[in-house]
Design a protein around this ligand. Structure first.
Ligand code: UT7
Length: 367
């Protein structure tokens, strides 16, 4: 059975930074309160021309560069997002077209902030089963588009960004060692975005009622998060036949510093073993774990051979954890330049649309 290794990683955040002081100009809040209750100092916010797909393309190209893998060699793309570009088509398909991953099947996965763990697990299982060799997993969000900038309960929390992993099959032991995924829909009302779906299609009334904004019972989500984070990490470790003593790094979902602190206490692990960057990015939902991972690598914390636990929670309710042996890129057999494929993407896309148009003319004639 092949092993599923994380061989590439990349992140991208839009340039504009929104500080706590900036938010204090919009709602009745202040920097001290936000820092004290959440640990957040600033977050990046999408510009007019930033979308989940454009952020994801930047992160994906970087991940493919690290893995030294051409987009055409990808078999599968899973995009985890709670702020998709459209209800359909899937954001994953837009990314697939823009990076030139012409062979890959692509779909979106929605498990909110736990989504990146769920998606990575799905890709790893597909590799472990032998049905595919190379996968791209993306977490991307522009939740700022769905935040009510008059609601101080939510607008202080979220930031935009994307992160991506390349997963590849190899006979060498390591990579994804175990994973657990959990859901409890009885808590669905705690964190929602109700408008625009089949139950509440967009109408003047849904707009008026603010149904197109994120709504959250912060205290309820906080309680749930502190209850499940530590437990999920232990569960995944047990599945891998390991304990917290075997672990070099915990990379948690970056929602709130106090939640991470509680998980550390539960696990009886020092905070130094946690990679934490919520201060600079806020809660980027499903993108937070890969963004923290990339920073962990860039700051030379994460090293080859390290055992890492990813752990997250989110709307749904969902939560999960994954144990990984960090192995880095596979030995290169050739030099590829993934960014070149993107350069031709528009042209290729145009050719494909034109061919479909011509095919349509002939098809109609045959009828
Ligand atoms: O990815 C998952 C996404 N969601 C989360 O992870 C959210 C989890 N929950 C949390 O992080 C916290 O519950 C919050 C940060 C959202 C809120 O912190 P809290 O300590 O639970 O505050 P609270 O809601 O209990 O509010 C305490 C007080 C209240 O005032 P009173 O009633 O005590 O007078 C609030 O009205 O703080 C007030 N408050 C604020 N004050 C200044 C609430 N939001 C703010 C604010 N600025 N932004």
């Amino acid at each position: 059975m092949p092993f599923a290794h994380i061989t590439g990683w990349g992140m991208y955040v839009p340039e504009p930074v929104l500080t706590n002081d900036d938010i204090a100009k919009l709602v009745d809040t202040n920097d001290a309160w936000i820092r004290d209750r959440t640990g957040i100092r600033e977050r990046h916010i999408a510009r007019e021309n930033d979308f989940p797909s454009t952020l994801a393309v930047e992160a994906s190209i970087k991940a493919l560069q690290v893995a030294n893998l051409a987009p055409t060699e990808l078999d599968l793309i899973i995009c985890s997002t709670s702020s998709p570009e459209y209800i359909f088509p899937a954001t994953a398909c837009i990314i697939q077209d823009q990076i030139g991953a012409t062979k890959a099947g692509a779909f979106d996965l929605l498990a909110a902030c736990s989504g990146f763990i769920f998606a990575t697990n799905m890709a790893a299982q597909a590799i472990r089963s032998g049905s595919i060799k190379n996968a791209l997993v993306i977490g991307t969000e522009t939740l700022s588009r769905f935040v009510d900038w008059k609601d101080r309960n939510t607008c202080i929390l979220f930031g935009d960004g994307a992160g991506a992993f390349v997963l590849q099959a190899s006979d060498k032991p390591g990579g994804v060692l175990s994973a657990v995924m959990h859901s409890d829909g009885s808590g669905a009302n705690s964190l929602t975005l109700l408008g625009g779906g089949a139950r509440h299609p967009a109408t003047e009334l849904t707009l008026h009622e603010g149904k197109h904004f994120v709504q959250m019972d912060g205290k309820e989500v906080f309680r749930f998060a502190t209850r499940v984070m530590g437990r999920a990490a232990i569960e995944a470790l047990e599945l891998a036949g390991m304990t917290t003593n075997d672990v070099q790094w915990i990379i948690p979902h970056q929602a709130n510093f106090r939640i991470i602190e509680t998980a550390a206490k539960y696990l009886k692990m020092p905070l130094e073993k946690f990679i934490i960057n919520v201060e600079n990015y806020g809660n980027t939902s499903t993108a937070s774990i890969p963004i923290a991972t990339v920073e962990g690598v860039e700051k030379e914390k994460l090293k080859v051979g390290d055992k890492v636990v990813f752990v997250g929670f989110g709307a749904g309710l969902t939560w999960g954890a994954m144990v990984v042996e960090w192995t880095g890129p596979l030995p290169a057999t050739k030099n590829v330049h993934p960014e070149q494929y993107r350069r031709f993407a528009r042209f290729r896309s145009w050719i494909r649309r034109t061919l479909r148009f011509i095919e349509g003319i002939f098809f109609r004639r045959e009828l």
